[in-house]
Design a protein around this ligand. Structure first.
Ligand SMILES: Nc1nc2c(c(=O)[nH]1)N[C@H]1C(S)=C(S)[C@@H](COP(=O)(O)OP(=O)(O)OC[C@H]3O[C@@H](n4cnc5c(=O)[nH]c(N)nc54)[C@H](O)[C@@H]3O)O[C@H]1N2
Ligand SMILES: Nc1nc2c(c(=O)[nH]1)N[C@H]1C(S)=C(S)[C@@H](COP(=O)(O)OP(=O)(O)OC[C@H]3O[C@@H](n4cnc5c(=O)[nH]c(N)nc54)[C@H](O)[C@@H]3O)O[C@H]1N2
Ligand SMILES: [Mo]
Length: 697
């Protein structure tokens, strides 16, 4: 805490942005008379660089928003009817404990399901006391797969862990491929480094079916067919090997399977890849040549392209490219998906998975609909939701909603706002925001640890996640000492790992500085000399682990589950591939209620060819549907999408969308090829002008 020089009554408190984004910004919060008056990006932080995004720069508005939940409530009317009664914390927690004990006695503890994701990414409030609580209880485990599971698995098979090029090194690259990522919206603090590279002559190429805000700003945009990225990477490798542009010594020293890969990519000449990807064969060949020769070349791949049936294999295949051309040799070469594996934190101490009873089942969060409607032995009898808004973000919302409406299901929601999910709660608990609690943060897009100091007192009776689980443990009669740890003790535990990258990084240092870079070289080049954290210690172009897991051991192209090639009957009914990437002013569903004015209303971007075929004009209200469900949006006719692809910027709160539905009425619970990931963008639909008799229910 420092005093602001100009006004002695203004303090500046160091914070960290809690949101699910690679940038994890260092924030400076101005506080006057106990009230936060503004937030800004720390100018001295090398990645935050003094600015916050369009959303978090309005965090003060969000914190003091009239919609904040300020005290515990109990549902009094019918489920979802919005009738509530204020109660005290003790009563709320006692009610939960009593219900939980009853469920445990009747059905066993696995009938209780925690459901959480990344409403905050702070290590304490993302997963610490909550995990201890549910582990000790013996509740069903939740597999947290909704976002990154497929890509993470694909990357781990190939390079060993979520480790990649340092974001700060992008400034020194000669060629930057932005592959399946809308950087300006979902990772904006990378952009200044890209601008610096460009000023020094670098080329920037976007590979994305959609001319996103980012693609529009690049030197070139390759509008690839949805879900065909692995084929493009294979075609690039075909050309690289054919023309002898590979880095033979890197391949020999630091990879396994180069010979087998060379054989495999023979199956993917540019002409075949052109048919799959919709790109020109000559462009594919030229891209491969550029990629191999304009070094250092770096790939920013992100989670957008792995929300498909073949998402894991797509990331795995793309992740072979830097080894093939030896791009890893230089700090500014390589690939970045996530940097989270560079943080050697003691998460085991936080979560205490050792407390989980043997044989406890795991439920994949992408199949919440099925878990609530079909799972048996035991059925799910209680759902405790925090850090997430599944009634809007989960796939196949028709099924989720049916589950949430079950009379015999006990639902607890701990939230900052009255979200779509909060509407279904039996007991609704108020949560603090980042300005009201402390936390410690790693990042998945850079290499700094951050401390978040509370800036203001909690509003109303709001409590942080850790404290709720401490108290709930007491109400359950759990008196184990690990339920007594304070937030600062938890922070010390997560830092307690004897690893060179953490050397000298103490809680005291973090509190004093606000943020600290991991002890890694300034010119970090993780795999310049091999040392991949794989079983072989090499980049696994061929992976025995994949074979052991029943997967193809070599890179390959796995088409989308829903496409004209793989399912022609389905595509005949539902010919349009629907993408639902983040809207610029929303963070998943966070901020929708606060910043809706900047996004207007839900829209559907559609090409003129597809619009004409359906008699649509600009501004028409349309219905979008498939066998899973439907929702309504306003049509925007644009050449940002090519025929056959449509885009609806997401994720809207259902109750703030015109018809009380959103895109996830149409998305499915089917999983990706690896990691049990979600397949939100593997989604065929049809569109028609509203009203359309046959779909009105
Ligand atoms: N403003 C904002 N920022 C965010 C978020 C947010 O909601 N709003 N969400 C955060 C979260 S949780 C995450 S996981 C990250 C996601 O960050 P990114 O991974 O960058 O994800 P998206 O913006 O979802 O998708 C990026 C692009 O992928 C494209 N895409 C879709 N399918 C394919 C495909 O098959 N191939 C290729 N090449 N491209 C494809 C989409 O058209 C989109 O332009 O962003 C984080 N940052
Ligand atoms: N169609 C479609 N669906 C998608 C996606 C997509 O691109 N398209 N993206 C997917 C992705 S990548 C992700 S990551 C998921 C995101 O799904 P979620 O992680 O559920 O993200 P949010 O919708 O932002 O909901 C987070 C909630 O946590 C609350 N919260 C914030 N901080 C705290 C806290 O400290 N304590 C408690 N108790 N609550 C808190 C917020 O108010 C917010 O309502 O959605 C997925 N769904
Ligand atoms: Mo995500």
């Amino acid at each position: 805490m420092t005093t602001f020089a100009l006004d002695p009554n203004i303090k500046i408190v160091r914070g960290a942005c809690p949101h699910d984004c690679p940038d994890t910004c260092a924030m400076l919060v101005k506080v006057k008379d106990g009230k936060a008056i503004s937030v800004g990006g720390d100018p001295s932080h090398p990645v935050t660089q003094g600015f916050l995004c369009a959303k978090v720069s309005r965090y003060v508005e969000r914190t003091y928003h009239p919609g904040r939940l300020l005290y515990p409530q109990r549902r009094v009317g019918a489920r979802g009817a919005g009738q509530w009664e204020r109660i005290g914390w003790d009563e709320a927690l006692q009610t939960i404990a009593t219900r939980f004990k009853g469920i445990v006695a009747e059905h066993g503890a696995q009938a209780i399901l925690p459901y959480s994701y990344a409403g905050t990414m702070g290590l304490l409030h993302y997963g610490s006391m909550d995990r201890r609580f549910f582990n000790k209880l013996g509740a069903s485990l939740l597999d947290r797969t909704i976002c990154s599971a497929a890509g993470q698995a694909g990357l781990a098979y190939t390079v060993g862990d979520s480790i990649g090029t340092d974001i700060e090194q992008f400034a020194h690259a000669k060629l930057i491929l932005i592959w399946g990522s809308n950087t300006l919206t979902s990772n904006p603090h990378l952009w200044p480094f890209i601008k610096r590279a460009r000023a020094a002559g670098a080329r920037v190429i976007a590979i994305d079916p959609y001319r996103s805000r980012t693609a529009a700003q690049c030197d070139e945009h390759l509008a690839i067919n949805v879900g065909t990225d692995a084929a493009l990477a294979l075609g690039m490798m075909h050309v690289i090997f054919r023309e002898g542009l590979e880095d033979r010594s890197y391949l020999e020293q630091y990879t396994v399977g180069a010979q087998e890969l060379r054989q495999r990519v023979l199956e993917y000449p540019p002409e075949r890849v052109a048919e799959i990807t919709g790109l020109q064969a000559s462009r594919i060949a030229a891209l491969a040549q550029q990629y191999a020769t304009e070094q250092p070349a770096v790939i920013r791949v992100n989670y957008g392209l792995q929300r498909h049936a073949g998402g894991g294999m797509a990331v795995r295949t793309i992740a072979c490219l830097p080894a093939v051309v030896g791009a890893w040799r230089q700090p500014a070469g390589g690939i970045l998906l996530s940097s989270s594996g560079s943080f050697p934190l003691n998460v085991a101490a936080l979560e205490r998975r050792d407390l989980v009873p043997a044989g406890t089942r795991t439920i994949n969060m992408n199949q919440l609909g099925a878990a609530l409607t079909t799972t048996d032995d035991p059925p799910v009898k209680a759902l405790y939701v925090y850090n997430s808004n599944p009634a809007a973000v989960a796939p196949d919302l028709e099924a989720v909603q049916r589950g949430l409406l079950r009379d015999d299901l006990f639902v607890v929601v701990h939230e900052q706002f009255m979200t779509d999910t909060a509407d279904y709660a039996d007991i609704l608990l108020p949560a603090t925001t980042q300005l009201e609690h402390c936390d410690i943060h790693k990042a998945y897009g850079h290499l700094y640890l951050l401390w978040n100091e509370p800036a203001i007192a909690p509003l109303g009776e709001a409590l942080p996640n850790t404290e709720v689980f401490r108290r709930l443990a007491a109400h359950m009669g759990f008196d184990d000492p690990y339920f007594q740890d304070s937030d600062e003790e938890l922070a010390r535990q997560v830092l307690s790992n004897d690893h060179p990258a953490l050397q000298g990084i103490t809680l005291e240092l973090l509190k004093e500085k606000g943020w600290v870079r991991l002890q890694l070289p300034q010119e970090f080049a993780p795999f310049a000399a091999g040392r991949f954290p794989t079983p072989s210690g090499k980049c696994e172009l061929m992976s025995q682990r994949m074979a052991d897991d029943g997967l193809e051991s070599l890179p390959t192209y796995t088409p989308p589950r829903e496409s004209a090639t793989t399912n022609p009957e389905l595509a005949a009914c539902y010919p349009l591939a629907l993408l639902s990437p983040p809207a610029h002013h929303f963070l998943n569903t966070t901020f929708v209620n606060v910043l809706q004015r900047f996004e207007g209303e839900p829209t559907l971007e559609i090409n003129a060819v597809d619009a004409q075929a359906r008699g649509l004009i600009m501004g028409d209200m349309v219905q979008v549907w498939n066998d899973r469900g439907s929702f309504e949006v306003k049509a925007v006719i644009t050449d940002r999408v090519k025929p056959g692809v449509i885009v609806t910027p997401s994720i809207w709160w259902r109750k703030l969308a015109g018809d009380g539905r959103n895109v996830n009425m149409t998305t499915g619970q089917a999983l990706s090829d690896m990691g049990g990931g979600a397949t939100f963008y593997d989604n065929l639909v049809e569109v028609a002008k509203r009203p359309r008799e046959s779909v009105v229910e």
